[in-house]
Design a protein around this ligand. Sequence first.
Ligand code: ADP
Ligand code: MG
Length: 356
Amino acid sequence: MNETQPLLSLEHVRVGYPRLDGRGWLPIVEDLSLSLARGDIACLLGPSGCGKSTILRAICGFEALQEGEIKLSGKIVSSSRIQVAPNLRRVGMVFQDFALFPHLNVLGNVIFGLRSLPVHTQREVGLAWLERVSLADKADAYPHELSGGQQQRVALARAMAPEPDLILLDEPFSSLDIDLRERLAAEMRDILKSNGVTALLVTHDQFEAFALADHIGVMSQGRMVQWDTPYDLYHEPSSRYVADFIGRGVFVPGTIQEGATVEIELGRLQLDNDHHDPVGTVVDVLLRADDIQHDDTSPLLATVLRKTFRGADFLYTLRLDSGLELVAYVPSHHDHAVGEKIGIRLGVDHVVTFPK
Ligand code: ADP
Ligand code: MG
């Protein structure tokens, strides 16, 4: 096996559904390319309806391609002419609702894909996977006796037990309580990484994507608009769409000045060395909620318009006297009332601008 070869690659993939009126195809996924190295965890992140589940079904072999190719370990498994059967792809899938078999106990669910092995081996392998997902004591329980998080780990163990080359996860946390998600996402990442599993997850939730993935592809209407590490997506969004979709923030007008700086209403910001807009160019500057800091001693005042309690901090929506609105994360022991004026200052690390 060639170690430098991607485990999964999609090249200019196009998938559509037949139109209801029978006239041609409704394009769903357009010109999608990506590649995943062995052991990587990647995520496709985009709003509901943008084609995420369709892409996973195409990789599994349940959906035909109109154009392009899908390769697993260098071998074409899907193209406009080829469609290798799902059971021959060595791809495991964890569905959005886990889809456990209610009439089988936990061990029965986990060994479901191992029927070609001798019975005692099935049991050994199944118990070993339950051990790895910390559910060894639940082998005889039935799905309805488990919590949502436990059911999810059973679904994961079931998908991993046949040792597929690739695991696909469709919104794996969407049916779980919000306060559980972050912990379970970290837990799932540990399980995948410690077993060297290559995984592609899809979600509309950026926090899940950040908690799990090494690489994230942001999707819009069936197209990938940026493929990057979570850090670079946040700090260097390549378009207004990505900047809007990831994190909380606002765009404020600015003008490029001498010395690679940009003048905005709140002051002057230093740009990166690689910024090339000529002096005088009017741009929009991204100010994220973590770029605005609350400071009681600052002469710059803003009125609290709204606030959302988030536990460790508040998300304040603020308005300057000029009418400009900002958002800011403020530690939650600074509990100011709506209508109150509070001091703020800029703490922008890395300035992101877009053409006006
Ligand atoms: P996501 O998972 O990102 O929410 P999907 O891949 O499920 O998006 O769906 C993308 C689009 O394709 C949606 O507009 C959906 O209504 C449409 N769609 C999904 N499945 C079918 C189908 N079998 N036939 C026709 N349209 C479909
Ligand atoms: Mg979906």
